[in-house]
Design a protein around this ligand. Structure first.
Ligand code: FMN
Length: 162
């Protein structure tokens, strides 16, 4: 099973976190590709035998990062079914300074994908930058557990595009 990590970021924390996941989780998904959202091709959702992971920070008043807008806009304006897409969400935010909009971008992407018929596997993870655990460590721990739980299930059920 392949994994594509789609990264929304401003100051690269989410990108470094995705790269840590890429190195730390190869035992459970291969290959793992890290794609900055603004570089994602239009056909990114059409890969066979692939799980997707949204890894995004939150900015402004609970907005997605600037580099995430094109992908989000495509998700919200196009209508082709994404019923074959299985995805997880790892959000990055700061609860101490932005409690009312903590990790909102994670929910924005979740709603956009669900509206197109995609199915989230597992709960949304919300990493708090004001906590004690570096996002890279939290990312590897969460992603490895997420893959071990869901990759075999997605593979055996043929849920992703064959
Ligand atoms: C100007 C600014 C606005 C932010 N707004 C939010 C927010 O609304 N909600 C939230 O949870 N975190 C917010 N954050 C925290 C970032 O999402 C957090 O620091 C994250 O780890 C940054 O990841 P990045 O380097 O990948 O962009 C904000 C940070 C800055 C500097």
């Amino acid at each position: 099973m392949k994994l594509k990590i789609l990264v929304g970021t401003v100051t690269h924390t989410a990108e470094f976190t995705a790269q840590a996941m890429q190195l730390g989780c190869i035992e459970w998904a291969d290959p793992i590709e890290v794609i900055l959202m603004h570089e994602a091709p239009a056909e990114v959702w059409d890969e066979p035998d692939t799980l997707y992971l949204i890894c995004t920070s939150t900015y402004g008043m609970g907005d997605v990062p600037d580099n995430a807008w094109p992908l989000l806009n495509d998700l919200q304006t196009q209508s082709a079914s994404l019923v074959h897409v299985r995805y997880g969400v790892f959000g990055l935010g700061d609860h101490a300074s932005h409690a009312p909009t903590f990790c909102f971008a994670a929910d924005v992407f979740d709603r956009a994908l669900a509206a197109r018929g995609a199915q989230r596997l597992g709960d949304i993870h919300r990493h708090d930058a004001s906590g004690d655990t570096p996002s890279e460590d939290a990312g590897i721990a969460w992603c490895s557990q997420w893959l071990q739980t869901h990759a075999p299930q997605a593979e055996s059920s043929g849920n992703t595009r064959a």
